[in-house]
Ligand binder design. Structure first.
Ligand SMILES: [Zn+2]
Length: 473
């Protein structure tokens, strides 16, 4: 249409349209919308007596699915190949796709920016082959484009025209549709830009800048998946916030969320597969599924935590954590020399400590001396979940088991002692009974006894009083 306007001597495409009796506001045709398929040009073309134009771009654009595919497809400003315009006298619609960096025929970068003024090329220019009336006709780029830029353009052109792809394309892109492939490319571009604290906004970039971004993505895709792992691990040095591992978790959660949302896109799904593998290999537990609900992905609870946080959860000193690791009670997540820990492990360990007795807690509840309790533990009548050794300072006594032992002793006790003299516990000790022998004899029924049913000290040994020898002894 621009060509028609120019060759018929109109100064602006709008004048042509007005001449044809078609009033367009401000003489501006919504060219971007026309290309994107949001605007139906057909009635205007019929009014101008032009053959109905079948918009391939519109067709391609409509295959893109909202929220699943990339929203970026068509440039905001036109791109042109000066050689082609000179040779054939018209522009090709393919040039206006973002990833078309070069002219496939001439192997040169497409032009969208005035080399001197930096002004972007306009849809509404007067001449097809000039930026504006002040500057001369477009000068083609003097050298050929970088090889990757050419390959990418050939690849995209083949996808656009449903032709077989002749160029060497990274394996990860094999058999993908344009929308899937471009989504994958933009996904990587976004997270690459993210690494530099930037965002990938292709519509605001000029062709050379865009080419730089796409080339970097292409390199990653060529060395897939190692290069992707390297990209992900770079986030470790670039946490999303200053809160150490918290920032890292945020990165991964953000990545996970986007991958999850777009996983119906085959291209994104391929990234997701590799992302899942990476997390499992290097950061197991970082995305604890119990904590990671689809609704509340921004929750502040993280599963991967620092050593200090573990110490706080367990109420212990930092050195203790190294010992717990040696005992394989905590599995550190080692990456680039930094150890992180899993919150769920620390919490379940803390729960074990909470739900059981330390040595002094046990002595207090059982009303035994440390020496007596130690004897019962050694004899296996009471159970220790943890014994002091070179790696532990503290005992952890199985509280539930201990309580069960006392309960069964209480059940065996009699209401009243039989007539005759009963012995005190101290008297039995004097007779040479150890605490172990005493308990064994009580359990075996060789000693009869009464209980005071002391509800203030329900697990105390002191509730057992008045012993006597039974017939079994
Ligand atoms: Zn060309």
């Amino acid at each position: 249409m621009l060509r028609l306007s120019e060759q018929n001597g109109f100064k602006h495409i709008g004048y042509l349209l007005r001449y044809a009796g078609l009033k367009w506001k401000n003489n501006r045709a919504p060219l971007h919308q026309i290309l994107a398929g949001d605007f139906d040009l057909t009635p205007y073309l019929i009014a101008l007596g032009l053959p109905e134009h079948h918009s391939r771009i519109k067709h391609i654009y409509l295959t893109f699915k909202r929220a699943i595919d990339t929203p970026y497809l068509i440039t905001k400003h036109p791109k042109v190949c000066p050689d082609c315009i000179e040779e054939f006298g018209y522009c090709k619609y393919e040039w206006n796709f973002l990833p078309m960096l070069t002219c496939v025929k001439h192997k040169k970068m497409l032009i969208d920016t005035h080399p001197a003024t930096g002004k972007k090329l306009c849809w509404y220019r007067q001449h097809l082959n000039k930026f504006d009336s002040d500057s001369g006709i477009f000068k083609p780029a003097s050298s050929t484009a970088p090889p990757i830029a050419i390959t990418l353009s050939q690849y995209i052109e083949a996808l656009l025209s449903n032709r077989k792809i002749n160029t060497a394309v990274p394996v990860i892109l094999h058999d993908l549709e344009l929308r899937e492939s471009l989504s994958l490319i933009h996904f990587i571009a976004h997270y690459q830009a993210r690494l530099l604290g930037d965002s990938f906004s292709p519509l605001a970039m000029h062709n050379y800048e865009l080419a730089q971004n796409y080339q970097n993505v292409w390199k990653i895709l060529t060395d897939w998946p190692d290069s992707f792992y390297a990209l992900l691990s770079q986030y470790i040095d670039q946490p999303l916030s200053s809160r150490g591992s918290g920032g890292l978790n945020k990165h991964y959660r953000d990545l996970y969320e986007r991958l999850h949302r777009q996983q119906q896109n085959q291209g994104i799904f391929r990234i997701k597969t590799e992302f899942d593998r990476y997390i499992e290999a290097y950061w197991p537990g970082v995305l604890d599924l119990n904590r990671l609900t689809r609704i509340n992905l921004t929750s502040t609870t993280r599963n991967i935590i620092s050593k200090n946080e573990v110490a706080r959860i367990l109420g212990c000193r930092l050195e203790r954590i190294d010992k717990l690791v040696q005992q394989e009670k905590l599995t550190p997540v080692l990456f680039k020399g930094k150890a992180h820990y899993q919150r769920d492990q620390a919490e379940s360990l803390a729960a074990i400590m909470q739900e059981n007795w330390t040595m002094s807690e046990a002595c207090k509840a059982l009303q035994l001396t440390r020496y007596q309790l130690k004897q019962l533990l050694d004899a296996g009548l009471f159970k220790a979940l943890q014994k002091p050794d070179s790696l532990n300072r503290d005992w952890i006594i199985d509280k539930a088991h201990s309580q069960k032992v006392i309960k069964s002793l209480r059940i065996k006790a009699r209401e009243q002692p039989p007539p005759g003299e009963a012995l005190t516990m101290t008297a039995l000790y004097r007779l040479g009974y150890s605490i172990v022998q005493l308990v064994l004899a009580m359990q075996a029924g060789k000693l009869g006894y009464c209980t005071t049913n002391d509800e203030n000290h329900p697990h105390s040994f002191k509730q057992f009083v008045a012993f006597w020898f039974t017939d079994h002894s």
